[in-house]
Design a protein around this ligand. Sequence first.
Ligand code: FES
Length: 102
Amino acid sequence: MTKANNVEILLIKSNDEYFAVTSKCAHLGLGLKGGKVNSEEKTITCPWHDSQFCLKTGETKQWVTMSGIKKYLLFLIPKKTPLNTTTFDVKIEDNHLWLKPI
Ligand code: FES
């Protein structure tokens, strides 16, 4: 995790590829840290309510679909229109990490 311009950013290394995404989920602003990364699909799934975002573009691939016992608690969660998340281009140069919002 790092911070740039007061925004917490989650840095992810997956299959020798680096990704950067805002650390707060677009759904309720809870942390994406600990979310499941799918290296092949290049996605991260929020550990709270299973929304899934593309690590390259920030596009929402899945929105609030909980499984198991958690699905019975869905009615407690505020309804919200799906939102994409913010991702960053990552460039490493001379031991410096450069991030540029996409
Ligand atoms: S906070 Fe991430 S899906 Fe709800």
